[in-house]
Design a protein around this ligand. Structure first.
Ligand SMILES: Nc1ncnc2c1ncn2[C@@H]1O[C@H](COP(=O)(O)OP(=O)(O)OP(=O)(O)O)[C@@H](O)[C@H]1O
Length: 692
C-alpha cells in the first residue's frame, strides 16, 4: 500500500514526523536533566563520604560517575541530531518492493535516522544506510541494495525528493520530473554559504560510488575543478565512520590539507553530518614534526612565491629532478649503500671485556632486515648480551651501556644533514644541496631528508591513524608520497586535479602517484557543479586540457575589462567590488597571481568596506565578504563572484601562470571579471579582447 500518495498527505506527514520528533526531544531533554542531577548527586555522595569509603568503593563510584557522564554526552549528541531533524527531517523517499514481498515499503531518507521509542519502527533512514543507497543509484524501476545478509533485489515504485525548511515542506518533486537535475540546479544556484555545506540531498550516482567504496586500500580521485572531490571525500569519511562504527572513530582519521583557511572552510561538513571534526595537518606541519631538532626549512608557500616572482631556470631544473620517482629510488639505493658501508666494526676493549670486530660484524649482519637505527640498537644488544668478563660473567649494566655507545659510534654518521650531503655526492650532484638561508633547508630538500630519516630510523607516531585523506594531490612530489606510504600504512583517499597545480615543476600526475601506490584504484569525476556554463567554457579556453563538463546552469558571461593604466585598473576593480557589495551575493574573491600583488591590492581597497580581508599563509579563517588572496591560497575555496586582476601579458605568461589563472577563474560560482592594463595576457580567451 502506498502511504502519503498526494502532496497534501506528504505535507501532513511532515507535521506528524515533526511532532514525533518534538516528543522524542522532550523525553530526551528530561533524561538529560535527570542524568545531570544524578552526576551531581553521585559526586556529592563521594565527596561527603570520602573518609568512610575504602579505595575499591571510591574507584567503583568514580567509574559509575564517568559511565553516567558518557551516557549524558551520548544523549546530548542525540539531542543535537533530533534538533536538526526537526528543521528538516528528510530529503528523499524511495518505495521499494523487494522480490517476493507482497507490498512496497516506503523509506524516508534523512541526514540522521530516527525511530519511535515505543514501536522501534524506523521512520527516517540515515543517508548512509544500505537501503538509502538506492535513492542515489536508481530511478523508478529495477533496483538493488547491499544488505548485511546479501544483495536485495526488487522494484522502486516511487521516488521523491523534498525540501523541508524549519519543519515545513518547501517543495516536493516526483522522480518522473527528472528530480536530480531540478533539485540540483536549485541547490547550485544559491549564493554561497560561509562554509562548505553537506550535499546529502543531491549526491550524484558517480559520487555515491566513491563515497561507499569500502574495498580500495588507496582510492585516487582525479576530478575537474568543482566536481565535488572535497565534498565527496568528506562524505566518504562520514560514511566510513557510520559503516565501521566501533572500529573507527573521528580520532582515527587524518586529513592532510593545503592550509588552515581551507581546513576552516571545510570544517562544518562532518559536524553537519553528525560526526565530530577530524584531525588535520598540512605537509609543512608534518615536516616541522619530522625535522624537529634537525633544521629549519623553507615552506611550500615560500617556494611557490619565489617561483612565481622569478623563474630561475637552474633552480627549476633542480626542483624537477628532486620531485620524481627516480629520486625516491636513488634515496633508497643510497640507504642500502650506507647500511652496508657506513658501519665499520672495530675491536672493543673495555676494562672488563674484549670483543672482536668479527663478532660485532656478524651481529650487525644478523640484524640486517631492520632500518639502520634499529639495526645498530639490535647489534649493540646482541654484542652486549653475549659479552663476558674475565670471570665468564655477564657484563654489568654500566659496561653493557659503554659497548652500546661504542657500537653506535662505528656507524659513520646519523646526522641527517651530513647524510643528505653525502647522498648528493653519491649521485654525483654535490651542487644540489644548498641551504635556502642559514640553518634553513630549501623546500625541495625537505621531504628527501625526511624520507632518508624514515628509511634509516623507521616511521613512528601515527599508529592510531586508520584512514588518511590527502587533498590537492597534484601539488605533492613522489618523495612526499613515499613519505606518506611509510608513515601511514592505513587506507587512503587521495584527491586532486592535475590542471590545478600551483607548482607544475614538482607536481605529481596520477601515473606517478600510482607508482608509489601500485594497488590504488582510480576514479575520475568530470562534471563540474560549482560554476555556470559560461564560466566553465571560459576556463576551458584558458586550459584546453581541462575536461570539465558543466551542469546545465547559466549566468552572465565572464567579462574581461581593459584600462589604460594602473589607476584605471584599480578603478575597474573598485567598481566591480562596489557592485558586489550591492548584490545579494555573499562572497567575492579577488584572486591575484602572487601574494605580493594580493597584499598591495588589499592596501588599495581595504577602505571600501569593513569586511575586506587579506589571506596569507598565516591566515586561519575563511570569511564572507571581500577576500583577497593569491591563487595558491584560494585553491580549494569558492566564491559567488571572482575578480582576477592584473591579467596582462607580463604577469600571466608561463605554463605555471596558466595553471594559476585557471585556478583563479574556476573559484567563481556565478560571476567572473578579469582586469588588466597594457597588453593582454596571451593566455586569455580571444587574447583578452575586452568586452564592454
Ligand atoms: N552532488 C552535489 N550536489 C550539490 N552540490 C554539489 C554536488 N557536488 C558538488 N557540489 C558543490 O560543488 C562545489 C564544488 O565542490 P568541491 O569544492 O568539493 O569540488 P572540488 O572538486 O574539490 O573543487 P576544486 O578542485 O575546484 O577545489 C561545492 O559548492 C559543492 O557543494
Amino acid at each position: 500500500m502506498i502511504i502519503n500518495s498526494t502532496e497534501s498527505e506528504e505535507r501532513d506527514y511532515v507535521q506528524t514526523i515533526v511532532s514525533k520528533l518534538r516528543q522524542a526531544l522532550q523525553a530526551l531533554e528530561n533524561k538529560i536533566d535527570a542524568t545531570r542531577l544524578e552526576v551531581i548527586e553521585a559526586k556529592k555522595y563521594v565527596w561527603t563520604n570520602m573518609a568512610g569509603l575504602d579505595p575499591a568503593e571510591r574507584a567503583a563510584n568514580r567509574v559509575d560517575i564517568s559511565l553516567t557522564i558518557d551516557q549524558g554526552e551520548r544523549a546530548i549528541d542525540l539531542q543535537r541530531r533530533l534538533q536538526k531533524l526537526m528543521q528538516s527531517p528528510y530529503f528523499g523517499r524511495v518505495d521499494f518492493m523487494a522480490d517476493g514481498s507482497a507490498a512496497a515499503d516506503a523509506f524516508y531518507i534523512g541526514v540522521h535516522s530516527f525511530s519511535e521509542e515505543d514501536s522501534q519502527r524506523n521512520m527516517i533512514y540515515d543517508w548512509r544506510s544500505p537501503v538509502a543507497s538506492m535513492f542515489y543509484d536508481y530511478n523508478v524501476g529495477r533496483a538493488a541494495y547491499e544488505a548485511p545478509a546479501g544483495e536485495v533485489e526488487g522494484e522502486i515504485c516511487l521516488k521523491r525528493q523534498y525540501r523541508i525548511k524549519h519543519g515545513v515542506m518547501d517543495y516536493m518533486i516526483e522522480s518522473s520530473m527528472n528530480i536530480n537535475d531540478d533539485v540540483l540546479q536549485k541547490e547550485l544556484s544559491h549564493t554561497s554559504d560561509e562554509k562548505m555545506k553537506n550535499i546529502v540531498a543531491t549526491i550524484q550516482k558517480e559520487q555515491n560510488v566513491i563515497i561507499r567504496n569500502e574495498h580500495s586500500h588507496e582510492l585516487i580521485i582525479q576530478g575537474v575543478a568543482g566536481s565535488g572531490k572535497t565534498s565527496v571525500a568528506l562524505h566518504r569519511i562520514a560514511f566510513l565512520l557510520y559503516r565501521y562504527k566501533g572500529t573507527i572513530t573521528s580520532q582515527n582519521i587524518l586529513i592532510i590539507s593545503p592550509n588552515k583557511v581551507f581546513s576552516d572552510y571545510i570544517s562544518n561538513v562532518l559536524p553537519e553530518l553528525g560526526e565530530e571534526k577530524i584531525m588535520e595537518i598540512g605537509f609543512d606541519e608534518l615536516a616541522a614534526r619530522e625535522l624537529k631538532g634537525i633544521c629549519g626549512f623553507q615552506t611550500f608557500g615560500e617556494q611557490v612565491s619565489g617561483l612565481t616572482a622569478s623563474a630561475d631556470e637552474a633552480l627549476i631544473a633542480c626542483i624537477q629532478s628532486k620531485a620524481g620517482l627516480s629520486f625516491v629510488h636513488r634515496l633508497e639505493q643510497f640507504v642500502r649503500h650506507c647500511s652496508e658501508t657506513y658501519f665499520v666494526p672495530a675491536d672493543l676493549s673495555l676494562s672488563s671485556a674484549r670483543i672482536a670486530k668479527e663478532d660485532i660484524a656478524s651481529a650487525y649482519q644478523a640484524a640486517g632486515s631492520l632500518p639502520v637505527k634499529q639495526r645498530l640498537d639490535k647489534t649493540a644488544s646482541i654484542v652486549a648480551g653475549s659479552a663476558r668478563d674475565e670471570d665468564g660473567q655477564k657484563l654489568k649494566p654500566a659496561a653493557a651501556n659503554k659497548i652500546k655507545t661504542a657500537i653506535k659510534k662505528m656507524f659513520k654518521t646519523l646526522n641527517m644533514i651530513s647524510l643528505y650531503k653525502d647522498f648528493c655526492e653519491y649521485i654525483g650532484k654535490p651542487e644540489w644541496f644548498k641551504l635556502y638561508k642559514p640553518k634553513t633547508l630549501e623546500f625541495s630538500d625537505v621531504f628527501p631528508i625526511i624520507y632518508l630519516k624514515i628509511l634509516l630510523e623507521g616511521a613512528h607516531g601515527f599508529e592510531s591513524v586508520k584512514h588518511v585523506l590527502v587533498d590537492e594531490m597534484q601539488d605533492y612530489t613522489a618523495v612526499q608520497y613515499a613519505v606518506l606510504s611509510r608513515l601511514f600504512k592505513c587506507k587512503k583517499t587521495i584527491l586532486g586535479d592535475g590542471n590545478q597545480s600551483v607548482n607544475p615543476y614538482s607536481s605529481s600526475s596520477i601515473t606517478e602517484i600510482k607508482q608509489v601506490f601500485p594497488e590504488a584504484d582510480t576514479v575520475e569525476l568530470l562534471k563540474s557543479y560549482r560554476s555556470t556554463i559560461e564560466i566553465i567554457h571560459f576556463a576551458r579556453q584558458i586550459n584546453p586540457n581541462s575536461r570539465m563538463i558543466p551542469i546545465e546552469r547559466h549566468g552572465d558571461s565572464p567579462r574581461i575589462q581593459a584600462s589604460g593604466d594602473a589607476e584605471g585598473q584599480l578603478a575597474l576593480i573598485r567598481t566591480a567590488a562596489a557592485q558586489f557589495l550591492e548584490s545579494e551575493h555573499r562572497s567575492l574573491g579577488i584572486v591575484c597571481k602572487t601574494q605580493a600583488q594580493a597584499k598591495q591590492l588589499y592596501q588599495e581597497i581595504k577602505d571600501m568596506h569593513k569586511d575586506v580581508y587579506l589571506l596569507d599563509f598565516s591566515s586561519e579563517k575563511f570569511h564572507d565578504g571581500i577576500l583577497i588572496a593569491s591563487s595558491h591560497m584560494a585553491k580549494g575555496l569558492e566564491f559567488d563572484q571572482v575578480i582576477v586582476p592584473f591579467c596582462d601579458a607580463a604577469n600571466y605568461t608561463t605554463e605555471m601562470d596558466r595553471s594559476l589563472l585557471y585556478i583563479a577563474c574556476t573559484r567563481a560560482m556565478h560571476k567572473l571579471t578579469l582586469t588588466y592594463f597594457g597588453e593582454a595576457s596571451p593566455l586569455l580567451p580571444d587574447r583578452g579582447r575586452p568586452q564592454v
